[in-house]
Design a protein around this ligand. Structure first.
Ligand code: HEM
Length: 281
C-alpha cells in the first residue's frame, strides 16, 4: 500500500469515527431528556397486555424507579432490600396496564407458617387527581387508591387516607397477574380507564397522573409498614420524551451517521485506489 493510499484510508476512518462519535454524543442527551420523575404512558390499540410475559411489553419504554425504606415507625422499618423497580405503562382499548419488574432472589408466596410473609407490590394513585396527597398513603381529606398484589395470589383495590386506614373496595376493579423467573418478579395490573365510583382514580386524564410504588420482600420479613417505597412520580399520557418520536429521531440521526461513515470511507478508499492506479505498477 502506498503512503498516499494509507493516508487517505486513515483520514476516511478518522472522519468516519468523528461523525459517529459526535452523533452519539449529540443524540444521547435528547434521549435522556425525560424529567427524572416522569413515566411515559404508551398509547396502543387492541393490545392485550394483561399477561406479564405478553410479547407487546418488549416495545414499551421502561422507567427505572428508585426505592428506599418507608419512614414508618414499625420495628426494623429501615431493613428493606429492594432498591429499584422497573415501571411500564400502557393505555389500550379502554384498559390501563401497569407492569412492575424487580429483582428478588427469594420467591415467597405463603404466609401460613410462623414468621412467613409474602412478596408483594403496590401502585398508589390520588383518589382525586387534582392534588397530590401525602406519600404515606394519603390523608383524611386527600385519599389514595392502592392496587395491591401479594405473592399468595391476592389482589386488592384499597382506599386509604393515611397509614392504618386501608379499606378494600367491596368489588375490586383491578386484576393482577404475576410471573417469577430467574430471580425477577413481573406483575401486571389491569384496570379499565373509566372510573366507576367517586373514590376511584380517574385514569382518563390526558394530563399528568401522580403515582407511587411499594415493594415488599417477604423473605426479609417485610410486610405492612416495613417495605421499600418510591417518591411520588407521574404518568404522562401520550408519547413522552422517551417514547416513539425520540426513538425515531435517534434512529434517523444514527442512520444518517452510518450512511455518512460508509460514504466517507468508500470515497477515501476510491481515492486511495485511484492514487494507486494512477501511480502505475
Ligand atoms: C412512604 C411512606 C409510607 C409509610 C410510612 C407507610 C406506612 C404503612 C404502615 C404503618 C402500614 C401498616 C398499617 C396499614 O395497614 O395501614 C402500611 C400498610 C400498607 N401500605 Fe404503606 N406506607 C407508606 C407508603 C406506601 C405506598 C407508597 C404504598 C403503595 C404504593 C403503600 C401501600 C400499603 C399497603 C397496600 C399496606 C397494607 C399492606 C398489608 O396489608 O400487608 N404504602 N403502610
Amino acid at each position: 500500500m502506498t503512503d498516499e493510499r494509507t493516508r487517505a484510508l486513515a483520514t476516511a476512518l478518522v472522519v468516519g469515527a468523528l461523525v459517529l462519535g459526535s452523533t452519539i454524543a449529540l443524540a444521547s442527551p435528547v434521549v435522556d431528556a425525560r424529567p427524572a420523575h416522569e413515566i411515559p404512558v404508551t398509547e396502543r390499540s387492541d393490545a392485550d397486555l394483561a399477561s406479564p410475559t405478553a410479547k407487546g411489553w418488549s416495545s414499551v419504554p421502561a422507567s427505572d424507579v428508585a426505592l428506599s425504606s418507608a419512614p414508618s415507625s414499625v420495628p426494623n422499618a429501615a431493613d428493606t432490600s429492594v432498591e429499584r423497580v422497573h415501571v411500564q405503562a400502557v393505555r389500550s382499548d379502554g384498559q390501563f396496564y401497569v407492569r412492575l419488574q424487580w429483582e428478588d432472589p427469594t420467591r415467597n408466596t405463603s404466609s401460613e407458617g410462623p414468621e412467613q410473609f409474602v412478596d408483594a407490590a403496590a401502585v398508589q394513585f390520588p383518589a382525586d387527581t387534582s392534588s397530590r396527597p401525602p406519600i404515606a398513603m394519603g390523608g383524611q381529606d386527600n385519599r389514595v387508591n392502592v392496587w395491591y398484589w401479594g405473592g399468595d395470589g391476592t389482589t386488592q383495590e384499597i382506599l386509604a387516607g393515611g397509614a392504618g386506614s386501608t379499606t378494600p373496595f367491596p368489588s375490586p376493579a383491578v386484576d393482577a397477574n404475576a410471573a417469577y423467573e430467574d430471580g425477577t418478579w413481573t406483575v401486571v395490573y389491569t384496570r379499565s380507564v373509566a372510573s366507576e365510583s367517586a373514590n376511584r382514580t380517574d385514569l382518563d386524564s390526558t394530563d399528568t397522573l401522580d403515582v407511587a410504588f411499594a415493594v415488599w420482600n417477604g423473605g426479609n420479613g417485610e410486610r405492612a409498614g416495613r417495605k421499600s417505597v418510591s417518591e411520588w412520580h407521574y404518568f404522562l399520557a401520550g408519547t413522552g420524551p422517551q417514547g416513539p418520536p425520540y426513538q425515531t429521531l435517534l434512529w434517523t440521526v444514527a442512520g444518517i451517521a452510518i450512511v455518512a461513515v460508509v460514504g466517507v470511507t468508500t470515497f477515501g478508499v476510491r481515492r486511495a485506489r485511484g492514487g494507486n492506479d494512477g501511480g502505475g505498477s
